[in-house]
Design a protein around this ligand. Sequence first.
Ligand code: GFB
Length: 352
Amino acid sequence: MTQKVILVTGGTGLVGSAIKQIVESEERRDDERWVFLGSRDCDLTSLEATRKLFEELKPTHVIHLAAMVGGLFHNLAHNLQFFRKNMAINDNVLALCHEFDVIKCVSCLSTCIFPDQTTYPIDETMVHKGPPHDSNFGYSYAKRMIDVLNRGYSQEHGRKYTSVVPCNVFGPNDNYNLQAGHVLPALIHKTYVAKKNGKDLQVFGSGKPLRQFIYSLDLARLFIRVLREYDDIEPIILSVDEKDEVSIGDAVKSVVKAMDFKGEILYDTTKADGQYKKTASNKKLRELFPDFEFTPFDVAIRESVEWFNENYENLILSINQYLHNLLERRELFLATRYFQKGAHALLRKKKM
Ligand code: GFB
């Protein structure tokens, strides 16, 4: 029995850690060896470093999650870096998949890459039919190029490299950084701190935009099935049903309920709303896996909040460790910038 060696890039993040949890608890197979790679293990923007990794591991299959990702405000502030860093990572990983004869590679896109001016629901045929929303053009065009690469490797080398297009993902082990994070981890973090300090909850924007949110553990189950059962190079949307689309305001209510927060909720409409909606059809997914059941939104939110409450101290500790390492490595600039931000926030608080 030849063993499959399945490399998961971005294997320690939100989706990668969820896949690890599902493989170890529900989907273990004797003919599969899974390797979960973190950003500290290999700089995938370096072709040489990535080649060295493939030489060591000799993967037969790849789930490619590694990317520069972030929420609306991080994208708005760094579109150029999102484009350049993700272009480099994606080109290196797929080039080495081909060079090392990888049988299958499943890459991760996002529904934000679809055209902004479009008809709804969005489907897989619309990936390249017009510009994405202006707030995340860097990330979106770089992710679209994965589909271009997949078609090129298929046309010229008969490769079976494909992609999945999830809607907004959330769950345990998310990025809770308030500047760079997505809306749900940011709301969970902010509600926790507001409750702890007896303060109001500040929500950015109007709360009106609509989103389809998929639980990371559900996405993990689908990713594993796509790797094992989906043999087309065309992208496939992995999203909850259209009827389960919620407003940001609804999401706030669900987080507040799960956190048992009783304080005021204030909407700061000076902050951007971003894309109003990106409603996607999961018809192709439903045809492929008709029996798939999604975790109800409020249940998934409750479990994500419980994970955050249990791990908050560790998260704070890991941030402090990160700072300590920076100082160790004399990267004072980054550390001071981090402290400055903290100090300014404290000062502002004191003045209030
Ligand atoms: O998850 P998010 O940052 O990104 O959600 P997108 C943004 C929506 O949540 C906006 C509102 O309507 C914000 O006004 N919001 C409210 C907040 N409070 C907060 C907060 O504290 N933090 C954040 N981040 N939002 C991203 C793309 O778009 O979707 C990425 O930019 C990626 O590239 C990701 O595709 C999945 O859903 O707007």
